[in-house]
Structure formats: C-alpha cells, structure tokens
Design a protein around this ligand. Sequence first.
Ligand code: SF4
Length: 371
Amino acid sequence: MAETIPSAQSTEIRPTGEDNVIEVLDLHVHFFTTLGVVRALNGVTFKIPRGRVLGVVGESGSGKSVTGFSIMQLVQHPGKIVKGQILLKARKDDQPINILKYDRHSQQMRNIRGNEVGMIFQEPMTSLNPSYTVGNQIQEAILLHQTPDKDEAWRRTVDILRRVGMPNPERIARSYPHELSGGMRQRAMIAMALSCTPSLLIADEPTTALDVTTEAQILDLMRELQKDIGMSIMFITHNMGVVAQMCDEVVVMYLGRIVERASVEEIFYDPKHPYTVALLRSIPRIGLSKGEKLEVIKGGVPDSYSTVTGCPFHPRCPNFMPGICDKVMPAETPIEGNPHHTVRCHLYPGSAAEAEVETSGLAPGTAPAAS
Ligand code: SF4
C-alpha cells in the first residue's frame, strides 16, 4: 500500500522560546527514487544558540550534508522535505520564521540564502564559478543583499578578502579561481559566505580537501571571524579532531537520526552511545604504542536501499542485545542528571519509553512522488 507522506508544515511544533538562531524540528527528508523511497533524515531535531558552534558528526551517508542543504532549501530532486520545521531567528529581537513555508525559489528564500545564512561547501573549485573573478563573485552577493553601490560593494569585497588573510587582496579580487591555490580558494569561499555577515554559517566539511597546515589556518580564521561577527556556525564534519578544536556542542548522526547530543567536553570525556565511542576510538591519539593499530568500526553504513529494523546501528554494535536492539527503535533519552546530554540507545534507562518498531533506509513498496 502506498505510504502517506505528510506535508512539510503538517505538524506544528512549538519553538523553545530561547535565543536560538536556528531550530530544526522533527525534520524528515525523503528521496523518491525509481526503486522506492530513501529516508535520508528521520526526525532530526536540534537548535543552535546565538554565537555558538554546533558540530554535526557522523560517517558518510549519515545525513549531515542533507541537513545543511535542507536549511538552505537546496535539496535537489528527487529529494524532498516531507515533514518538519526549520525556524530561523536571524536577529535577537526577531520572531522566528518557519522557512519551509517559503517556496525554495521565492524571493524570501533568496534573501535568506547568502544574507541570513551563509554556506561553505566542501570543494571550492566546484562551488566557485571558473569564468568570473573571485572579486566579481563576492561583489555580486554584496550588491544583491547589502548595497546597490558598485564602488562600495567592491571596497567591501577587498576588505573581506583582507579579513580572511589574503595577501594583496586587490590582486586576488581580480584573479580567477584557477589562479589560486586550494587554501586560497577555500579562503575565498569563506570570504564569500561571510561577505553579508550572516547570522548562521553552515560549513560543510570546509577543510577536507586541504593539507593539515592550511586546515589549521582556516579553522583558526573561522573561529576568529566567528567571535568578531558573533555568528553561529553549524560545522559538518567526520573529523573528531576538528570538532574538538571548533565546537561548543555536538550532535552525532547515524542513518538520518541523531544518536547522541552533548557538549564537546562530554562527547570527548564521557561518550555514551556505542557509535560515538567507536568513532572516538578510531582517531589517532598520542600514546599509541608502536605497532598498535587504530580500532575500526566493523562493517559499513548500510546502503540506502537496505532495510534495518530496530536500532539502525545494531548490525555493527559491540553491545548488541538480541531481541531488543534488532526489534525496537530506542527513543532519545536524557542521561540521568543531565538533560543536555541525550542518547538513543537501549543501554540507558528510559530508552524504550517510546518504543516503536521502525525501519531505516529504503521503505519498500512506498509510492514514488514528484519533487
Ligand atoms: Fe547498540 Fe543496542 Fe544501543 Fe543500538 S540500542 S547502540 S544496538 S546497544
């Protein structure tokens, strides 16, 4: 029987009333392929307080980038946001607005993209237009959102290039992307994203393609600019070292769900979910003895077309409990005494309170629909 897909605004959830730049509430994103419906996000909820940095971590295929693209309403066909709310509160005194009420091609959405919410993509060479100079591309965003005065827009372009540490910013502004090194292109992308001083910056693995020295410089730069401008950052990465350096709070994602959320200190010093523990054990650390191998998480993320019943991590989990973990989806549960540290795992009391049998990945027999 065909599955009924709820509309994006069908279930209104109240915002928290705190000063959060963004609140993502019960977000579901499906991809309607010819083989069936792939559930990329299955009820993702998080918030980013003003001026804070949230790390979103997980392996490839966990839904990190889809979450970022959903906030920008840039999920491409055959993907569709089918349920949830994304509440944006660009300035402290604004009322939060549910941006999913706007059509993705609307003027309101164009005003939000680049102006209120900036995004840095993983690979700058594919994000910068090779046929325009770097300066033209930054100037265009400033002309669109900030000022119609071309001279003023150019002055601001050179200024933001200077702020991101470009040597000789006037010359760089007149250069084409292919004339710059990888690190300089990434700085140009950061300059473009920051040119309109957004309230929220979504950084999607912004340093993955860079060597470690340039990565360290870019991370320092982002932290510095974040403090200067006072913006919030959603930092998407699979690199726990980068999380330790950049983030205040962390959400860990697995197969389109948040499986643990906590402050960065709690994630590193007191991780609870077996997946978070495994992620931390798989990063190099000082003190490894000679010949000692890094631990790996056995198996891989199930492909989008497979079906997993119960806890999505159970086929790979060292703490797997037959009869529970493979049957019942654990509910998100606060760790005792700390409502800000939550985990989705049957090892913790209360996790079965909202017990439900659920499948992840492909929903067989579901009806393909137009985007
Ligand atoms: Fe492992 Fe079970 Fe916890 Fe899932 S619910 S992470 S399978 S112990």
